[in-house]
Design a protein around this ligand. Structure first.
Ligand code: PMV
Length: 353
């Protein structure tokens, strides 16, 4: 899957991974270094929101780069975002060396169709795409499960973006047992993203999780309830019952935000406009629309609905919220595909469904 670039000592590959939105949330780590979560989680991968990443490795000790460079949407990264990618590439380099085909520094180019760091899970699609491109460029032939475990080391939620549609990330208890896999089912789901504020978040999810785990008196109760929530969600999916899935998703998200808000100092990602949006979702649901809200590490509200009702639900939310939430943007996304890896020559090889 990787190809030497003509006339150089570089191997490169490109991967595309899509954003996922958690219906049952991951919030809090049991182990920081391996990114083992305290809870298992469930998500939907979306179609129109994705990251495309190309990784080119120089040969070790080659004439090329003397450090990793990363371009995100055309601008060079530096500081801690760059270090985080460097550390992740070190994992890939370690594995390539173990496999007997070491690689050197990397040039990474990545493009998002998602506003970065706006609670729209760009780190999920970002690290899933990076895992796919870097491992392919390094000549590692990883299974979807291995890719999920590798992506997890960059950002926990990235473990789920390896797969299309609904995916469950099993918390596990060590590196091997903590991975995502697809959830079969016939529900034809969509998510409407109400983009309330696309600016970067004030507190990183990493820091906010630490604070919640360490100080929130409500956190352990949420963790316990989360196991029941996941069982209920999986049973609702198996029964093809979107109303049950929506209800448990909304309540799981509120529980996560309640635990954050009782952390010290409190973490509050939601704004007055987020609450206005959630109220509108409840109102249209009470009027008969299939619509349930979920919120992540940012002020934007995501609305779970059915693929058939999505356009109508979007129109009615837009009707209620235009002029009420200044600058509101809406994105209608349906169930999307899993990771795809292409060689530099451009042939697409689907890795997962
Ligand atoms: O993977 P991270 O560190 O970006 O954390 C994601 C956390 C939430 O988006 C709030 C929930 C989730 O399960 O995706």
């Amino acid at each position: 899957m990787s190809e030497p670039l003509p006339g150089s000592d570089v191997v490169a590959a490109t991967a595309v991974a899509h954003v996922n939105i958690a219906l049952i949330k991951y919030w809090g780590k049991a182990e920081e270094n391996l990114i083992l979560p305290r809870t298992s989680s469930l998500s939907l991968t979306l179609d129109d929101l994705y990251t495309t990443t190309t990784v080119a490795f120089t040969a070790p000790g080659g004439t090329g780069a003397s450090k990793d460079t990363v371009m995100l949407d055309g601008a060079a990264l530096s500081g801690s975002p760059l270090n985080r990618i460097h550390d992740f590439l070190d994992l890939v380099r370690g594995r390539a060396a173990q496999a007997g085909s070491p690689v050197g520094f990397a040039r990474v180019e990545t493009f998002n169709t998602v506003p970065t760091a706006a609670g729209l899970a760009s780190s999920a699609s970002g690290f899933a795409a990076l895992a796919g491109a870097a491992s392919a460029a390094a000549g590692l032939d990883l299974s979807p499960r291995e890719l999920s475990r590798l992506a997890r080391r960059g950002s926990g939620s990235a473990s789920r973006s390896i797969f299309g549609g609904l995916a469950v990330w099993h918390a596990g208890h060590d590196d091997e047992s903590s991975f995502a896999e697809p959830v079969p089912g016939d529900l034809d789901l969509a998510i409407i993203v109400l983009v309330i504020d696309a600016g970067p978040k004030a507190v990183s999810s990493r820091e906010a999780m630490r604070r919640t785990v360490a100080t929130s008196p409500d956190y352990n109760a949420w963790v316990e309830r989360s196991a029941d929530d996941l069982r209920e969600a999986l049973s609702a999916i198996a029964a093809g019952n979107i109303a049950r899935l929506g209800a448990v998703s909304e309540s799981n998200a509120w529980g996560m935000h309640a635990a954050m808000r009782s952390a010290m100092p409190p973490v509050n990602y939601l704004t007055a406009n987020s609450i206005t949006a959630v109220d509108a979702v409840r109102e249209i649901r009470e009027a008969g629309a299939p619509a349930w809200a979920t919120m992540d590490a940012g002020p934007n509200v995501k609305v779970l609905t059915s693929a058939t009702a999505a356009d109508e639900v979007e129109a009615s939310l837009r009707g209620r919220l235009t002029g009420v939430i200044p600058g509101l943007r809406t994105i209608v996304a349906r169930s999307g595909p899993g990771l795809e890896v292409r060689s530099v020559a451009g042939a697409i090889a689907p890795m997962t469904r």
